[in-house]
Ligand binder design. Sequence first.
Ligand code: R5P
Length: 304
Amino acid sequence: MTSALTLRNDFIIISTIDNLELAKEVANQLDIQLVQAHLQRFSDGESKIQMSPVSNNRCIIIHSTHPPVDQHLMQLFMIIHKCTNDHAKDICIISPYMAYSRQDKEFINGEVISIYVIGKILECTGSKELVTVDIHNPNVLSKFTFKTYNISAIPLLAEYARSHIRLNDPLIISPDNGGINRAKQLANILNIEMSWLTKVRDRHTGQIKSKYEGTTSISHRDIIIIDDMISTGNSIINAAKILKELEAERLFVLCTHALLLENAAERLLTAGINDIIATNSIPNIFAKVDLSTMLSDHISRFLT
Ligand code: R5P
């Protein structure tokens, strides 16, 4: 429980059913009112939002944009629009998982850099501030025209690993070059050696190939694989295969966002992953690390 948090009493937290547990916890810790935006989904995929007026309030919307991403994004835009129409004093979005953050470059000629489209729509609908957690590429936020923060859940994941997993001769592995800094951060906190795999994605088929080119021994060591997200699970399954071929002992996965599409969880466990540790940025069965205190602290430090 966060202590001595004194927010102005015109703050409210808004959430739909999807992030309600996390939003409730944050609202409790900050002792501010929680407003639920009621959601209805129609058979054609459209969403309908209904919520009480929020005039004169400072609105903090807690809403991850996980799959189905376009539906969750549209719901977010609708909630922001409602707050703007109601003359809310301020609108801050906390989207722990930010959709489209992997579409951050023109990988193939002519590709739309979709994350910037999201930034534009957020701006147009009236967002004044955006908070994300371990967004895939934090650099994209510098192009947004309003205030943005990206908070790291790695210290929380590290704390969980330290207190819940007894590791034997551990090694931290990033499944790709893009995650090296993340793995270094975890390695520094836990004071454990780190290394990484290389991963190449065919931009047309989406297929990936991974290999280990490091010199650090893997044999008979417990491995922590750290990634920002598990989507299909293919990156981690490829990594597990290589690490097992190199005689790794147990394999643990730490990630901030467990999307776990289709039967990813089952495939990961079948591929030899001993456990998956994720945060509650998205409700999921491996959400062992709670973000509420970290988010409450952020709100109380930056939004008072
Ligand atoms: C990409 O570079 C990300 O950091 C993740 O490794 C990737 O998005 C995970 O996706 P999947 O689980 O589908 O391999």
